[in-house]
Design a protein around this ligand. Structure first.
Ligand code: BDR
Ligand code: CA
Length: 321
């Protein structure tokens, strides 16, 4: 089992990514760190705890007490409540007011102690286990940029970073050129990409094609998690249908988790990638040097293609079991 930190700004697809990561059994979940992004830090933290609660209850109902206990014990660790330098930019339009499309609205959880220590806790653990820990990032990269600031040698201590963000062969989803996670905190993204991590970018180039449909959810039958998957994707799918003519949910964040579980769901190209941080027109754009025009050493493994069927099959299989 690969030891990981999963860093999330729990919106709809982060919630699905948490389900896949936890239920896959592929990871030793050291912690789920949360970050400002789709919703506020406190809402992202609450959403994360709600999803974990449901997963623990599901395991309990299936008689898997040990699993239920280990899920209940996954630390949820809040991190940055704003980008390094820029104002917050929530994505309620896409993820709903609460970030998970109104799902689990009635679930009440006891309050947790406020802390914003994610970056420092990550650094501490990574130092204790050099070369072992993988970071899967599915929100703006603020927490990792802060960890890097606290420990500049982090890239030599982390096994690898897999992040959902950016786009290099297509258009953006916030501005014509920028993907959301990078757009929200481009300075953080730039620092992370230039730091020398063994890093894989799971961008819109592939995640836009990783689509979950209503038929897929129906195929989950009476699996206990099917109602949650349906509820949290319902509004998103309706919105998607208005734009593209058919209901679906782009599985951005679950696809990053899938890459961490099994590389073969994507093909990558090793490229030099940088982030625009100083342009009214293109802030947050990830620019890849496909033809080596800058003569710079490649710094990012960029996902270029995917096996969509294998991904969805695995996602449904894991959630049903
Ligand atoms: C990314 O932005 C967020 O809205 C999603 O959760 C995902 O991480 C897609 O651009
Ligand atoms: Ca996200």
């Amino acid at each position: 089992r690969t030891p990981i930190f999963l860093d999330v700004d729990t919106g709809v697809d982060d919630a699905l990514a948490i389900m896949l990561a936890v239920k896959s059994g592929a990871f030793d979940m050291l912690g789920i760190t949360t970050v400002n992004g789709n919703v506020s830090l406190s809402q992202a933290t609450l959403n994360t705890r709600k999803v974990l609660h449901v997963l623990a209850e599901e395991a309990k109902q299936k008689g898997r007490d040990e699993e239920a206990e280990s899920i209940a014990n996954i630390p949820v660790i809040p991190g940055a409540d704003r980008p390094l330098r820029r104002p917050q930019y929530f994505e309620h339009r896409v993820h709903g007011n609460d970030g998970i499309g109104g799902a689990l609205a009635d679930l009440e959880l006891p309050p947790m102690r406020a802390s914003k220590q994610a970056a420092l806790i990550m650094v501490e653990m990574i130092k204790e286990r050099p070369g072992e820990i993988t970071l899967i990032m599915t929100g703006p990269l603020t927490n990792l940029a802060l960890a890097l600031r606290a420990c500049p040698e982090l890239p030599t201590l982390v096994k690898e970073v897999i992040f959902m963000g950016g786009v290099v062969t297509s258009f953006g989803n916030v501005t014509p050129t920028a993907e959301y996670n990078i757009y929200v905190d481009p300075e953080a993204a730039r620092n992370v990409l230039q730091a020398g991590f063994n890093i894989t970018m799971v961008g819109l180039d592939v995640t836009r094609r990783a689509l979950l449909t209503r038929e897929h959810i129906e195929s989950m039958g009476d699996a206990p998690l099917a109602p949650l998957v349906y509820d949290c994707t319902r509004d998103y799918m309706d919105m998607y249908a208005k734009r593209y003519g058919h209901p679906a949910c782009a599985m951005h964040d679950p696809f990053a988790v899938a890459v961490a579980i099994d590389r073969t769901v994507a093909t990558t190209e090793h490229l030099y990638v940088d982030v625009e941080v100083n342009s009214n027109l293109c802030d947050g754009q990830t620019v890849a040097d496909f033809q080596g025009r800058w003569n710079k050493e490649a710094n990012v493994h960029v996902c270029m293609d995917l096996n969509q069927e294998a991904f969805i099959e695995r996602f449904l299989h894991v959630l049903k079991r």
